[in-house]
Design a protein around this ligand. Structure first.
Ligand code: KG4
Ligand code: ZN
Length: 338
């Protein structure tokens, strides 16, 4: 049984967790959302500075909440990629310094592998192989998970990530940042069939479409055009209907392609992760479609969908047990395939 102290600072949450295999002893998340809200999105330089201020209090809290001392920790992990370089550097530098001072091994973790492990944390019965749909502000990927470190990306976005589309459409509708939760809330009182928006498809050079790939930038443009024409004709914008119709289009696209991908790949379980997995409409639609096809579907609870360090610790614990260690020379990277 490995006990790992893990740090996640890839974007706008400073997170520290202590994880023993697949049980979470503590999980601290200091969110910067309130700070970035006034700029309408994450400002990388501001994020780095906030991480610097928050990291030590989060580390202290994680040990106190877990009720363990350093003698109980077997390794120190941190997200090394992908993410904002300045933000990643704060967490990785802290983890490396602690590893050196405490004479512990350091483990660098890929952020998307962390999101995959969030599914294990919330569904102890989940066993590979399964299809992981990762939908966040930076990523939209359908990944076949065969085991620890054994991943094959079967589909991905060619332009905007699903969460990015939520954030951009929310900006169009003047709903503020982050856009996903705001659209989710507005959509509850709207009609998902009020407007017909296109499902983005990715053309193959020889004809036809890539079946499991995604494209959301055209959808964002279509919502923008609709908003521009409604502004000309209507006294007030039908925000709830626009939000519900946009959200339904994203959910329909994600659900149809993920279910088809699982069925055609012989996988009988889908695990959804990343911030957009918190979307209530997507959760409903995916569950219904999967049930109809006899597939099992897993959604982590909301606090494990968005960024946290417990998922990073869980991935690191599995690697630790397999004897994997990272060199202290391992750097950070804004983009790195899984
Ligand atoms: O995984 P995450 O916390 O950070 C990244 O790694 O990107 O995901 C953040 C993204 C944001 O784009 C946010 O708008 C979206 O997840 N999000 C949602 C919801 N909650 C968060 N999107 C749709 N519906 C939600 N309820
Ligand atoms: Zn994330």
């Amino acid at each position: 049984m490995a006990t790992i102290l893990a740090i996640e600072t890839s974007c706008d949450e400073t997170a520290v967790a202590i994880v023993r295999d697949r049980s979470v002893l503590s999980s601290i998340v200091a969110s910067q959302i309130a700070i970035h809200q006034r700029y309408g999105g994450v400002v990388p330089e501001v994020a780095s500075r906030q991480h610097l201020e928050a990291i030590n209090p989060c580390l202290d809290k994680s040990l106190v909440e877990a009720g363990v001392g350093w003698s109980a920790i077997d390794g120190v992990a941190a997200t090394v990629a992908p993410g904002l370089v300045g933000a990643l550097l704060v967490g990785v530098s802290a983890a490396k310094a602690l590893a050196v001072v405490r004479n512990l091994p350091f483990l660098g973790v890929h952020h998307l592998e962390g999101h995959i492990y969030a599914s294990y944390l919330s569904a102890p019965d989940l066993q590979p192989p399964f299809l992981s749909l990762l939908v966040s502000g930076g990523h939209t990927s359908a990944i076949c998970v065969r085991g620890c470190g054994d991943y094959e990306t079967l589909g991905t976005t060619r332009d905007d990530a699903a969460g990015e589309a939520f954030d951009k459409v929310a900006r169009l509708l003047k709903l503020g940042y982050p856009g996903g939760p705001a659209i989710d809330r507005q959509a509850r009182s709207g009609n998902p069939d009020a407007f017909a928006f296109p499902e983005g498809k990715v053309s193959r050079p020889g004809g036809g479409y890539y079946q499991y790939d995604f494209s959301f930038s055209g959808l964002k443009t279509a919502v923008g055009r609709k908003v521009a024409s409604l502004v000309e004709t209507e006294p007030t914008l039908p925000i709830a209907d626009l939000a519900a119709s946009f959200q339904a289009t994203v959910a329909r696209t994600l659900t149809a392609r993920t279910v088809a991908c699982a069925l055609n790949s012989g996988l009988d379980a889908i695990a959804v992760g990343g911030g957009v997995a918190a979307n209530s409409y997507l959760r409903q639609q995916m569950q219904r479609a999967a049930r109809e096809k006899g597939l099992r579907v897993f959604f982590p609870p909301l606090h494990l969908c968005t960024d946290n360090a417990a998922m990073i610790g869980c991935a690191a614990a599995d690697h630790y047990e397999r004897g994997h260690r990272s060199p202290l020379t391992l750097g950070v990277s804004s983009r790195l395939p899984l």
